[in-house]
Design a protein around this ligand. Structure first.
Ligand code: IPE
Ligand code: IPE
Ligand code: MG
Length: 274
C-alpha cells in the first residue's frame, strides 16, 4: 500500500484531501495508539443492544488499520479489551470474543496482502482457548510482515504489564551472569509487551472521555493526547487524519525548551546505565 493508493481513494477537493495534503511526511508519528471507546453509547443512541455497537465498531477498525498502513505509520495499537472489561456481563464478553474471531478470520487475507504484522499484547492466556488459537494462527501467519505492526490489546492492563515486567526483570537480574547489572529504564522496558517498539507518539481516545483507563501507562509518558467526541463506530479515516494534522501542530518538548536544539526523545536525556 502507498500514500498514492490512499490519495486515489479520497475525493479531490474534499476536506480529507486537504488534510492529507497538509501532512508533513517527515513528521508522521511512528506509533499511534487508540482507545476505541463509545460503542455502547453509539448503540444506545439508536436504541440498539450494546453488542450492536461493538459489531458496528468493526468497520472503524478495518478502516483505521488500512489508513494507518497506507500512511506508512510503523505501529498502530488498538485497545480492544481491558482486564477491567472482564467485569462486564458474560453475554457482552462472549459477543466481543466472537466478533474478534470473525474480524481476524475476515481480515487475515488483507493483512497478508499488505504485509501487516498482527500482534496481541496483554494476558492472551486468559482468553477462551478457541480465541487464543485463532489469534496465535494470525500472529504466526503474519509474522514475517514488514509493513504496519498492528498490536491489539486484549485482556490488557497497564499496571499488570509493568508489574509483570518488573517481576521478569527481577528474575533476569537474579541470574548469576547478570549480577553486575542494575535495573534501569531501558532494561525494564525491554520486558514490556511492546519491547523493541517505539513508544506511542500519539494517543487517540474516542467518545470524549478524558482518561487513559490503564492503557500503556509506561509507554505514553510523552505521547501527545487527542480526544475526539466521535464515538468509535463512527470513527473514519478523516478522523484519523484530523488527529494527525493536530499532532503535527503540536510542539513536543520532552521537558526541554523550545527551539534550543534539545533532546528529541526522552531516552536521549536518561542517565547512562551504571
Ligand atoms: C468500547 O466501547 C469497547 C470496549 C471497551 C470493549 P464501550 O463498550 O466502552 O462503550 P461505552 O463507553 O459504554 O459507550
Ligand atoms: C477502555 O474503555 C478500554 C477499551 C477501550 C478496551 P472502557 O469503556 O472500558 O473505559 P472506562 O471504563 O470508561 O474507563
Ligand atoms: Mg467505554
Amino acid at each position: 500500500m502507498s500514500k498514492a493508493d490512499f490519495k486515489g481513494q479520497i475525493p479531490e477537493g474534499s476536506t480529507e484531501a486537504a488534510m492529507l495534503a497538509s501532512l508533513d511526511e517527515n513528521r508522521m508519528p511512528r506509533h499511534v495508539a487508540i482507545i476505541m471507546d463509545g460503542n455502547g453509547r453509539w448503540a444506545r443512541q439508536r436504541r440498539l443492544p450494546r453488542v450492536d455497537g461493538h459489531r458496528a465498531g468493526i468497520s472503524a477498525v478495518r478502516e483505521t488499520v488500512e489508513a494507518a498502513a497506507q500512511l506508512d505509520i510503523e505501529v498502530l495499537t488498538l485497545y480492544a479489551f481491558s482486564r477491567e472489561n472482564w467485569k462486564r456481563p458474560k453475554d457482552e464478553i462472549e459477543t466481543l470474543m466472537e466478533l474478534l474471531k470473525e474480524f481476524v478470520a475476515a481480515e487475515l487475507g488483507t493483512m497478508l496482502k499488505h504485509r501487516i504484522r498482527f500482534n496481541v499484547i496483554g494476558r492472551i492466556h486468559e482468553l477462551d482457548p478457541m480465541v487464543q488459537k485463532c489469534l496465535q494462527e494470525a500472529m504466526t501467519l503474519t509474522a514475517t510482515g514488514d509493513g504496519l505492526l498492528f498490536n491489539i490489546a486484549l485482556s490488557y492492563g497497564g499496571r499488570t504489564e509493568i508489574t509483570e515486567a518488573a517481576a521478569a526483570a527481577h528474575r533476569f537480574l537474579c541470574r548469576p551472569e547478570n549480577q553486575h547489572r542494575e535495573l534501569d529504564e531501558t532494561l525494564l522496558s525491554s520486558f514490556l509487551y511492546t519491547s523493541g517498539q517505539p513508544d506511542p507518539d500519539l494517543l487517540i481516545r474516542t467518545s470524549g472521555e478524558m482518561r487513559v483507563s490503564n492503557f500503556l501507562l509506561w509507554q505514553i509518558a510523552y505521547a501527545e493526547i487527542w480526544v475526539t467526541e466521535v464515538l468509535w463506530p463512527d470513527f473514519r479515516r478523516c478522523d484519523l487524519l484530523e488527529a494527525l494534522v493536530a499532532f503535527q501542530k503540536r510542539e513536543r518538548r520532552y521537558g526541554g525548551l523550545e527551539n534550543e536544539g534539545g533532546p528529541s526523545r526522552p531516552t536521549d536525556v536518561l542517565a547512562p546505565s551504571r
